[in-house]
Design a protein around this ligand. Sequence first.
Ligand code: PMP
Length: 387
Amino acid sequence: MSLLEHLRGELADRDSRALIRRRRTLDTPCGPHAVVDGREMLSFCSNDYLGLAAHPALAAAIAEGTARWGGGSGASHLVSGHYSVHERLEARLAEFTGCERALVFSTGYMVNMGVAAALVGRGDAIFADRLNHASLVDGALLSRAEHHRYAHGDTEALARLLTNSTARRKLIITDSVFSMDGDIAPLTELLALAEAHDAWLLVDDAHGFGVLGPQGRGALAAAGLAHWRLLVVGTLGKAAGLSGAFVAGHADVVEWLMQTMRTYIFTTGSPPALAHALLTAIDLIEHGDALRARLVALQHQLRGALPLRRWQLMPSSTPIQPIKIGDNAAALGAATALWDTGLWVPAIRPPTVPPRTARLRISLSAAHTTGDITRLTDNLLRIEALQ
Ligand code: PMP
């Protein structure tokens, strides 16, 4: 069979199992009220938790940054693509997260693809939560270390794995907020286990940075945790409203990452104008207590208005609120019924989530109104009753 025939067969198979993904095209700036495929929609899809993506101060900062720095960086950071504004951003992120040093990347995917391989390799072991983000899974595989996956949030299972391990070096890897579940990892217990077993702890705070903790300093700040054994990854395309990512931690470790991470070394530095605008984004996050309070109020409103009977409101204390439906086609049917009333909520299906746990994934933003939430909850209850 030719490759083309094989791929056609695979696509048809996915189609028959309701697993084909469609891209929708937006014609308005990121925000709850969007024109999508030509239709006015109320969106509950984005990771723009604080509603900063379309904030006028960020648009102005990008324009100002472009006027000052022009377009691209021209090269990778270690050649000639590193600018003073990248230095300023790294210093700001280190101070903001309470770490000694931070290193800025173009995307979080690239941090996660590269960081484990820089720290551990053959003869070492990675211990990973089973629901970690795909980029962490890929990064663990790339490192060639043993890859142990423990049941989601199960610190006892992790303790057993650590106790039985004879690996030379040990690295525990977890999301802080799980992106498809919205729950938070037991970070205090994970750090205690790391200390007890001479392991390091890498926390992907993609969905916590800007949202959780005092001034939005992230999930570790929310849990009151700081330690030289900790490395934190933050993304800048979610609450920060722009694009990019960073890893932060002990200065020597970050220096090692800069020297060795292939996903840092062999890629073009992000535009300095973006770094310029990100400095404004961090200021907005730091002074964004009112936005975070609003987001929490919307979370409470949403959860309080959903006495579901057949579907399951999954436990969440974050702006990510999944509703488990189970069956792929039923989840897709619910998303389609919502879409038909002008509500955009994604159906998340395997392989993104485990088999038989297809779900609607609601993402809230401080830019939503209480009226937006009421419209959503009214329709969710109506559609559940019809299914
Ligand atoms: N980690 C998690 C938990 C994520 O949800 C994402 C984005 N979906 C990433 C990492 C990747 O970040 P980026 O979008 O900056 O590549």
